[in-house]
Design a protein around this ligand. Structure first.
Ligand code: B12
Ligand code: SF4
Length: 610
């Protein structure tokens, strides 16, 4: 890989102003703790290691989460990472730090997911030993641990084990669980940690590795990084440690083409804490993105997972079409805003972007407004339709419990769901979670909550912290005092989603067949519509979102006919806007992902909403 240099960040010279003269380089070991996803590389660990090495520093990596996965077994490991019960994995290491979990319910969840107390102690001892072997082999002066993906307690546990065996080594933590204000109370409560980096790691870790002593143990590093100067991550150490897991078909490597969110920088979606304090959008050039994708594909032959919180418009216009010109290449995953056009979706498919996570969140325009998504439900339906036609797996999530919601908002969605069994249903229905840095968190009173409380698990994770410090280190909160939507209505909504999934699996829905014309599949039976030129014309005009007036003008049909076609589930009408709900089948049925079941593995696409 090309040798590039990363200019030292100006902000860092302030952070590291303590002791520069006597600086001598430190030998570094970067450790990726559990529960990093088993089938995805850790971008932060590999990237930071690559940066240090490109600056001529000595840096090794240890992906010890694979050691735990080998003993825990793939299935149990995946249950921790893929389940909604994300913090349970953290309890395993909280127990290692603080002793038996006092809260009986948390203890039971841990036992159910991981095993008995003896089994848990055995797992931790094994992980500690493997980790110490790596530390002994490398003999580092500085050890860095990442904390982003529910890895904080594992990182703290390993930090303690390492410090007990090698007191002279300095330990630095970074990642999204360390962002200010979380870092301060953490470093005070866990003395085995010497430094915490809040924000971007590249300049801060580089300075530490070069031997600088920061003025404060909490190093603030928030100025945007010029991503063009950041190297392509070197994944050789990751794939070496992955061993047998490296050959799994689902194993993908992570890359980034941007950081932050161009939408959120202007209209922050109310529930989103995805980008912490670093919401400002920065991106690589399209040319660099294409080069990086080709380089990673050439080097590893693996599918790629973009960690971007939202695909950049510039990349959509330039990098994606260019990626589509290569005759072969990796399949890619991206999170996207849902307001794509049909030609955007076709361009994504050509570029082999076969998995996306669109920020759909709801099929109610009123609720989308409350969430500040800047889109209406009919555009979300359009995207789902085009993804289905192009064979792109759109993994999305339904949010419920949204401040401002009414039962009517759910009734409308239930009615719509019954008409679109052929479109991809949501992966899950999630009650609003209040994340640090989100508008809900920052302005909870304005949304009707009286106060916020950290999720109850945090008490078990950090039993030694007082109430204020606990609130300062927590990331996920629940709001207290706002009247939630009636539970019975929630049940009806969730039931409708379950039914949608069931019908989707069995292939129900409305299709335009190349030979048979308009057909409806329902419960294993196919119904054929009588050929009708007026109907065909309307279907042609309404493939994208258009207006009622335009349909009437262009097709010559009576306005009443639009309502009749809407009642028959052929059209979806929202105010003055219309789209048809017909999915066009290709000439060759092999080209068509018929149901959710035939889609490629979705393990790449299971994160929080965007
Ligand atoms: C992509 C992603 C995923 C992917 C994982 C990709 C991968 N490669 O493994 C998937 C979909 C699997 C995922 C899952 C989950 N995720 Co996620 N994810 C992200 C996302 C969008 C980007 C992460 C990323 O790779 N960024 C690019 C890299 C380069 O940035 P980075 O990791 O932050 O690293 C930089 C700095 O933090 C720092 N740094 C990082 N580590 C270290 C270490 C040292 C020593 C130093 C000095 C610095 C340092 O330097 C790096 C370079 O500047 C973030 C949101 C965000 N914008 O960060 C959420 C985020 C990290 N995820 C989050 C969560 C909660 C989860 C889940 C638990 C599910 C959920 N939504 O509830 C699961 C965890 C499952 C698991 N254990 O694998 C939270 C974490 C909150 C927290 N602090 O506790 C975030 C912040 C989003 C959010 N607000 O909800 N996620
Ligand atoms: S939810 Fe997605 S689009 Fe909205 S602010 Fe967050 S990252 Fe941006």
């Amino acid at each position: 890989m090309a040798n590039r240099t990363l200019p030292l960040h100006p902000a860092l010279s302030v952070a590291a102003a303590g002791n520069r003269g006597a600086a001598s380089p430190r030998r570094v070991l970067l450790i990726c703790p559990p529960f990093q996803h088993l089938m995805l590389s850790s971008l932060s660990t590999a990237l930071l290691a690559t940066v240090l090495r490109e600056h001529g520093l000595d840096c090794e990596e240890a992906y010890v989460h694979f050691d735990l996965a080998r003993v825990l077994g793939r299935e149990r490991y995946h249950k921790v990472t893929d389940g909604l019960d994300g913090l349970v994995g953290e309890l395993l290491f909280a127990e290692g730090l603080h002793g038996r979990i006092a809260h009986p319910e948390a203890e039971q969840r841990l036992a159910a997911l991981i095993g008995s107390a003896d089994e848990r102690a055995r797992l931790r001892a094994m992980l500690a030993e493997r980790c110490l072997e790596r530390v002994r082999a490398v003999a580092p002066d500085l050890i860095g641990l990442t904390t982003s993906l529910n890895q904080l307690l594992a990182a703290l546990f390993l930090a303690r084990v390492i410090k007990e065996s090698t007191p002279g080594v300095r330990i630095v933590l970074g990642g999204s669980a360390c962002s200010t204000p979380m870092g301060g109370p953490l470093i005070a409560a866990y003395p085995e940690v010497d430094f915490i980096v809040s924000g971007w790691g590249e300049p801060a870790l580089l300075a530490l590795a070069q031997g600088e002593e920061p003025a404060s143990p909490v190093i603030e590093s928030h100025a945007p990084i010029d991503l063009e100067t950041v190297p392509v991550p070197d994944y050789r150490a990751f794939l070496r440690d992955a061993g047998e897991f490296a050959n799994a078909r689902e194993m993908a490597v992570a890359f980034e083409s941007s950081r932050g969110c161009w939408w959120g920088a202007k209209h922050h979606c109310t529930f989103c804490g995805l980008n912490g304090v670093e919401l400002a959008f920065t991106s690589k050039s399209s040319r660099r993105v294409v080069r990086e994708v080709r380089e990673l594909w050439g080097a590893y032959g693996k599918n790629l997972y973009a960690t971007d919180t939202v695909l950049s418009i510039d990349h959509l216009r330039h990098a994606i079409p260019e990626l589509g010109t290569f005759p072969e290449g990796p399949h890619l995953f991206y999170e996207v805003k849902a307001n794509l056009t049909e030609s955007d979706v076709i361009a994504l498919r050509r570029a082999r972007i076969t998995h996306i996570q669109p920020g759909i969140e709801s099929l109610s325009t009123a609720l989308l407004g409350h969430l500040r998504k800047g889109i209406d439900a009919i555009r979300n339906v359009a995207l789902l339709k085009w993804c289905r036609e192009q064979g792109i797996l759109a993994a999305w999530h339904q949010l419920v419990g949204i401040p401002g919601e009414t039962p009517e908002d759910y009734a409308i969605q239930i009615a719509l769901m019954k008409r679109i069994p052929h479109l991809t249903p949501p992966h899950s229905v999630n009650p609003i979670r209040i994340d640090r840095f989100s508008p809900y968190f920052e302005g909870y009173r304005g949304f009707g909550w009286e106060r916020l409380e950290p999720l109850p698990e945090y008490r078990s994770l950090h039993p030694t912290l007082g109430t204020d410090d606990l609130a300062a280190v927590a990331y996920h909160f629940r709001g207290i005092g706002r009247t939630e939507i009636a539970e019975c209505f929630r049940a009806a909504f969730e039931g409708a989603v379950v039914e949608w999934k069931r019908r989707h699996q069995r292939g129900d829905g409305l299709f335009l067949h190349p030979q048979h014309g308009l057909i409806r599949n329902d419960d294993g039976k196919t119904y054929k519509f009588q050929p009708h030129s007026g109907l065909e014309k309307v279907i042609e005009i309404t493939h994208s979102v258009t207006t009622r007036a335009r349909v009437v003008a262009q097709s010559g049909c009576a306005p009443k006919a639009i309502d009749q076609m809407a009642a028959a589930g052929i059209l979806h009408v929202e105010g003055s806007k219309v789209i048809n709900l017909v999915v066009r089948l290709p000439e060759d049925p092999q080209d068509f992902g018929h149901s959710g079941a035939s889609a490629p593995s979705s393990s790449m696409a299971s994160s929080s909403p965007t």
